[in-house]
Design a protein around this ligand. Structure first.
Ligand code: URA
Length: 195
């Protein structure tokens, strides 16, 4: 049977391959299945677990504001997470949890086929470039493969706890907008990253 996004989402819901699945709800990606831009967060929080939707809590509200600030809306993009279940007390996901959930994210990316992938924070960046630090990489385009660029950005939740990061995120989004515009104008600025 051909794998489609709805079928993938059914499979993720049924999956019990990660211990987090025993105590929280599956939070699937959502948005435009034909999106050129895909945002990837870390793992669902409390509100996301309750509603079964990504980025609907305080970090999600800030993400929505940032999207609007560069002329995008949620229905224009696709938003998902590295880990599909909420870690207890919102702790960082472990390497094991990230590995267990990795095939789902890879299949989501293969189905959406985004041209620009925006990892939000270090966990999502690590999925693509394990050795890269978010402090150095944020706000700059990195070539992933032909026609696919990774544009890392700080995680919006980090800015809720640290006022200085708020401005950094606003600036990252402006840099993302400049990058998206440069794609349209054919004047691309991409770093050639070594993973
Ligand atoms: N933080 C994330 O990384 N993902 C969400 O869905 C919500 C908050």
């Amino acid at each position: 049977m051909e794998l489609t996004l709805p079928l993938l989402q059914e499979k993720i819901k049924e999956w019990k391959g990660c211990p987090l699945a025993e105590r929280s709800n599956a939070v699937l990606g959502e948005g435009n299945p034909q999106a050129e831009i895909m945002f990837i967060g870390e793992a669902p929080g409390k509100r996301e677990d309750e509603l079964g939707r990504p980025f609907v809590g305080p970090a999600g509200q800030f993400l929505d504001e940032l999207l609007v600030s560069i002329g995008l809306k949620r229905p224009d993009v696709y938003i998902s997470n590295v880990v599909k279940y909420r870690p207890p007390e919102n702790r960082d996901p472990t390497d094991e949890e990230k590995e267990q959930c990795m095939p789902w994210l890879q299949l989501e990316i293969a189905l959406i086929r985004p041209k620009v992938i925006v990892p939000l924070g270090r966990h999502a960046l690590g999925h693509f470039f394990p050795k890269m630090s978010i402090t150095n990489a944020h706000g700059k385009a990195q070539k992933l493969s032909d026609g696919v660029t990774v544009f890392p950005i700080y995680h919006p939740a980090a800015a809720l706890h640290n006022g200085n990061l708020r401005q950094a995120l606003v600036d990252d989004f402006l840099a993302l907008k400049a990058f998206l515009d440069s794609r349209e104008n054919g004047k691309l600025e991409i770093e050639n990253a070594s993973a």
